[in-house]
Structures are given as structure tokens and as C-alpha cells.
Design a protein around this ligand. Structure first.
Ligand SMILES: [Zn+2]
Length: 359
């Protein structure tokens, strides 16, 4: 233990998100052969990542890992008056550069964006475009992530990245870690953020952004991009060279969740593999419009569907309005209030007045 302390390391104890396959093996519901295959897949994936890290050190590749932090509920407070109140969801999507250790955190609340494929595609594509603008000698990008469908493994993201490769003349490889063993460098960022915000009183999403920025000091602070609805682009309307991302057609043939890695080519073709040690195969295109022109495609601003008659933009407006009102009225209100006042207690009361008038 003394050695670990000296090296500034500690042993991670997994809590509740243990791998299903490993748990099944421990409870003797899985054969030794099945478990050996699982362990081999994990080892192969780790070796692949080590090779990619070595190659990326040359400076010609960009090696990223991406993940979403568990949703944060704001206001975070100990006052029991807010315990049963509806809270605001704040999301943090992290893109971590494995070589330079820069960690970019894209933060937004639910009035600015929902968790749809276009949201993640926007963050990834804008990040890559920025990176290649800064380092024009980079032509190959490798991304590691888990296999979450709405985030990392869907037809919208596939077509969006393909479009990027065609337009920027680069190649992208996206590799999916084994389910239950998706530990990545992003997790360290999320751990530091969680440690920083634990037991803190947080009233506004902007306060959370500030705390995220301060959660790491070395080698440099975390980067925070507090984005709003104008930032997100609509990749759902992209000209689709691929309408389906399933490699096989019939039963028994490879399915989407068997895809282990993808490679996007600037000529507009996607390759896939279901085993990390295999060679890439061409992903079949099941459309008549195989050669749709992607060079001239410019995505528009994302239009969110209406929710209870309110567009996301309206909700955003009301949210900003009440937040401003709160900042003005709060000092006066507190003078007459004996309990610990919080923004969301106020927000609920103010919204009742506001929405009843709008009707
Ligand atoms: Zn496992």
C-alpha cells in the first residue's frame, strides 16, 4: 500500500456496474469456454488500444475517447424544501484526448438540448473540425467509446462522420469497447468532477460549469464548453449513403451490436469488423442513392420537437427569464423568508404565475 501511496495510485473497487458476463461466470451460469472467449475479447481490445496509443504518439493520429457523464440534477442542495421538486437535468459529454490529456466537456441543460443522435454528432464533428484546423497534419482520427446506441452506434452518427471524412479528406476509425469493460480516460474526468461537486450547493447550471473547470489542476484545468440550443446542428436530414447499419441481412448474420470497429473512408465507404483482430469488410449499402453528393452538405440548426405545446426554444426563453427575475427578486424575497430559499422553489412559484398568464 505504501508503494501505491508513493505513486499516487489507488486500486479501483467496482461498485454496481459489474459486467453481466463476468457476474454470470462467478455465479456459475456461464461455461469456462464462453468466459475464456469474453476474457480474450477484453485482452485483444486492450492490446489494440495500447498499439493505437503508441502510434498516436507520432503526432499524425488523433486518439480520442468519448463518454457521457451520469446526468446531474440541479438544484443540488441539502434543503428538504427542494427534495420533491422537479429538478433540471444537466448533461456533460466529454471528449478526451488520450495523448495530450486535454479533456473537453460539453455542458448543456435540458432546455438547450435533448439526448438525440444529432446532439452527440454535433459535439464530435465540431471537435474534430477544430482539431484538424489546429493541426493540419492530422489525417487519421481514432475514437474509443462504449456501444451505446443513441450516442455512438446509430445511422445518423455513421452518416455524419462519413460526410465529415468526405468533406475534410480524412479517415476516422471508431472502436467499441466490450460491454461491462468500458473503462476509459474520460472516467477519470468524471470522477474528478463528481468529487468536486459532492455536497456542494449548486443553484445554476453555470455554477456547475465553473466547478467542472476547477475540478482538475494538473496537467491543466478541464475545458468546459457551456453550449446552448444554437450550437446543435441537425444531422438527421443528412443525405444518407447508408440507410441501415446492420452488416448482415438474415438471421445468424452479424447484427449492429456485434460491430467492434468501423472505418470511414474519404471516398465515402464505411468498413466494419466484428472481431478486433480481423480485417475490415465493406459495410453493405442498401440504398439506390449510393453516391449521393456529400461535399456540399451543410447541416441546419437543430429543430427540437414540441413538448406540451412548447418548443425547446420557448422553454429556454422562460428559463432564462425566470433565472433573471430570480436574481433581482431573490435578495428581497429572502428578507421575508425564514427557510433556506432556493432558485427552484422560486422557479416553481414563478412559473405558476407566468404560465397561468400566458394561457
Ligand atoms: Zn466481463
Amino acid at each position: 500500500m505504501a508503494v501505491l501511496k508513493k505513486q499516487n495510485c489507488c486500486i479501483f473497487k467496482p461498485k454496481n456496474d459489474m459486467c453481466d458476463t463476468c457476474t454470470s461466470y462467478e455465479s456459475k451460469n456461464l461455461t469456462q469456454d464462453q468466459y475464456d472467449i469474453h476474457r480474450k475479447d477484453i485482452q485483444d481490445m486492450r492490446s489494440e488500444k495500447l498499439i493505437d496509443i503508441e502510434n498516436a504518439k507520432s503526432g499524425l493520429h488523433l486518439l480520442l475517447c468519448i463518454d457521457m457523464q451520469a446526468v446531474k440534477l440541479i438544484a443540488q442542495t441539502n434543503a428538504n424544501a427542494t427534495y420533491y421538486k422537479m429538478k433540471l437535468q444537466v448533461h456533460n459529454f466529454t471528449i478526451y484526448n488520450v495523448i495530450s490529456h486535454e479533456s473537453d466537456n460539453f455542458v448543456w441543460d435540458e432546455t438547450d438540448g435533448t439526448l438525440v443522435a444529432s446532439t452527440f454528432a454535433t459535439c464530435i464533428i465540431k471537435y474534430i473540425k477544430n482539431s484538424i484546423k489546429k493541426s493540419p497534419n492530422i489525417h487519421h482520427i481514432i475514437i474509443y467509446s462504449d456501444g451505446c446506441f443513441y450516442q455512438n452506434r446509430n445511422v445518423i452518427l455513421f452518416n455524419a462522420i462519413l460526410c465529415l471524412c468526405v468533406q475534410e479528406n480524412i479517415t476516422v476509425e471508431h472502436k467499441y469497447l466490450i460491454v461491462g469493460h468500458t473503462q476509459m480516460e474520460c472516467d477519470s474526468t468524471h470522477f474528478l468532477i463528481q468529487r468536486k461537486i459532492n455536497k456542494r450547493q449548486i443553484n445554476f447550471p453555470s455554477e456547475l460549469s465553473g466547478l467542472i473547470r476547477e475540478s482538475r489542476k494538473n496537467p491543466f484545468p478541464l475545458k468546459v464548453h457551456h453550449v446552448d440550443y444554437k450550437y446543435f446542428l441537425d444531422y438527421e436530414s443528412i443525405p444518407k449513403r447508408y440507410v441501415s447499419i446492420r452488416p448482415g441481412k438474415k438471421s445468424g448474420e452479424p447484427t449492429v451490436n456485434m460491430i467492434r470497429a468501423l472505418a470511414y473512408d474519404p471516398s465515402g465507404i464505411i468498413y466494419y469488423k466484428t472481431n478486433i483482430n480481423d480485417d475490415y469488410n465493406v459495410l453493405p449499402q442498401r440504398t439506390q442513392q449510393k453516391n449521393r453528393d456529400l461535399h456540399s452538405y451543410i447541416p441546419k440548426e437543430y429543430q427540437y420537437p414540441k413538448r406540451n405545446g412548447n418548443t425547446c426554444r420557448n422553454l429556454n426563453f422562460y428559463f432564462r427569464l425566470t433565472a433573471t427575475a430570480f436574481m433581482i427578486i431573490y435578495p428581497l424575497y429572502c428578507r421575508f423568508c425564514c427557510f433556506q430559499m432556493n432558485y427552484f422553489v422560486f422557479l416553481n412559484q414563478f412559473n405558476l404565475i407566468l404560465f397561468s398568464r400566458i394561457k
